[in-house]
Write a protein that binds this ligand. Structure first.
Ligand code: ADP
Ligand code: ADP
Length: 232
C-alpha cells in the first residue's frame, strides 16, 4: 500500500549537504496504522513529505496504492495526491473560510459542482463530530476541533492513505486521545491506511499496529508495537 524502496533525501550540496534520509526501506500494508517515531531532526517530516511528494527523493522510489509516485509528471502527481490525505501539527486551515468551506476546498480545486460538494462535506462533518460547527471560523474553534476540520478536509477527496505529521503534538493529552480515537475509527470504518509520525511514544502505543524508529535519517527498527515496547 505504501512502499519506500531505498529512499534517500539530501538537502543542499557540497559542504552544506544535509542527508535527511539514507536508504530507507519501508513497507506498510493496506489497512495498517504505522507509526514512525524519532527525535527532532531525525528525518520524520522529510519521510512523510517524500510519500506525498511535497519533497522529491534524491534517490529511490515511493509506491502508494500500487502506483509508483516518484516517476510521475506534475499533472499525474496532482491526480495521485487525491488518493493521499495529509494532516499537520498546526492544522493549516484557511482562517478566512468557515468550517464547511475549509473541508470543501480540495473538492472545489478538483472542480466539483456545488451540490456534489455539499453531499460529500455534510457526512464528513458528521463523521468528525462537527455538524453543528459548519458556519464557524477556525478562530472560534478549539485545537481539537481544528484538527477535526483538517481531518475532514484530508478525507474529502476519498484518499486511500492518510499521512499525519505530528498531528496531535499541539494538543493536550485528553484532546490527543479523542483525535487518536477518531483516526482509529477512520482506519476501521473506511479501511484507510494511516502513516503517522510523532515524537510521542504514547501516541504510537495507543493506536499503531507497527512502528519504525528513525534516527539520523536511517530506519533502525521496524517491529510490532507490542514487541517494540516490551523489548529488553
Ligand atoms: P524531523 O521531522 O524528524 O524533525 P526533518 O525531516 O524535519 O526531521 O529534518 C531532517 C533533517 O533535514 C534536519 O537536519 C533538518 O534540519 C533538515 N531539513 C529539513 N528540511 C529541510 C530543508 N527544506 N532544507 C534544508 N534542510 C532541511
Ligand atoms: P516540524 O518538523 O515542526 O513539523 P516542518 O516540517 O514544517 O516543522 O519544518 C521543519 C524545518 O525544516 C523548519 O524549521 C523549516 O525551516 C524547514 N523546512 C521544512 N520544509 C522546508 C522547505 N520546503 N523549504 C525550506 N525549509 C523547510
Amino acid at each position: 500500500m505504501i512502499e519506500l524502496n531505498n529512499v534517500s533525501k539530501t538537502y543542499g550540496t557540497g559542504s552544506h549537504a544535509v542527508h535527511a534520509l539514507k536508504g530507507v526501506n519501508l513497507t506498510i500494508p493496506k489497512g495498517a496504522i504505522h507509526g514512525v517515531i524519532g527525535l527532532s531532526g531525525a528525518g520524520k517530516s522529510t519521510l512523510i513529505r517524500c510519500v506525498n511528494l511535497l519533497e522529491r527523493p534524491t534517490q529511490g522510489t515511493v509506491t502508494v496504492d500500487g502506483q509508483e509516485v516518484t516517476g510521475l509528471s506534475t499533472p499525474a502527481l496532482n491526480q495521485a495526491r487525491h488518493r493521499i490525505g495529509m494532516i499537520f501539527q498546526h492544522f493549516n486551515l484557511l482562517t478566512t473560510r468557515n468550517v464547511f468551506d475549509n473541508v470543501a476546498l480540495p473538492l472545489e480545486l478538483m472542480g466539483q459542482p456545488r451540490n456534489d460538494i455539499r453531499e460529500r462535506v455534510t457526512p464528513l462533518l458528521k463523521l468528525v463530530g462537527l455538524s453543528d460547527k459548519s458556519d464557524q471560523y477556525p478562530a472560534q474553534l478549539s485545537g481539537g476541533q481544528k484538527q477535526r476540520v483538517a481531518i475532514a478536509r484530508a478525507l474529502a477527496s476519498n484518499p486511500r492513505v492518510l499521512l499525519c505529521d505530528e498531528g496531535t503534538s499541539a494538543l493536550d493529552p485528553q484532546t490527543t486521545s479523542s483525535i487518536l480515537e477518531l483516526l482509529r475509527d477512520i482506519n476501521q470504518q473506511l479501511g484507510i491506511t494511516i502513516l503517522l509520525i510523532t515524537h510521542e511514544m504514547e501516541v504510537v502505543k495507543s493506536i499503531c499496529h507497527r512502528v519504525s524508529l528513525i534516527s539520523d535519517g536511517e530506519l533502525v527498527e521496524d517491529a510490532e508495537v507490542g514487541d517494540f515496547f516490551t523489548a529488553p
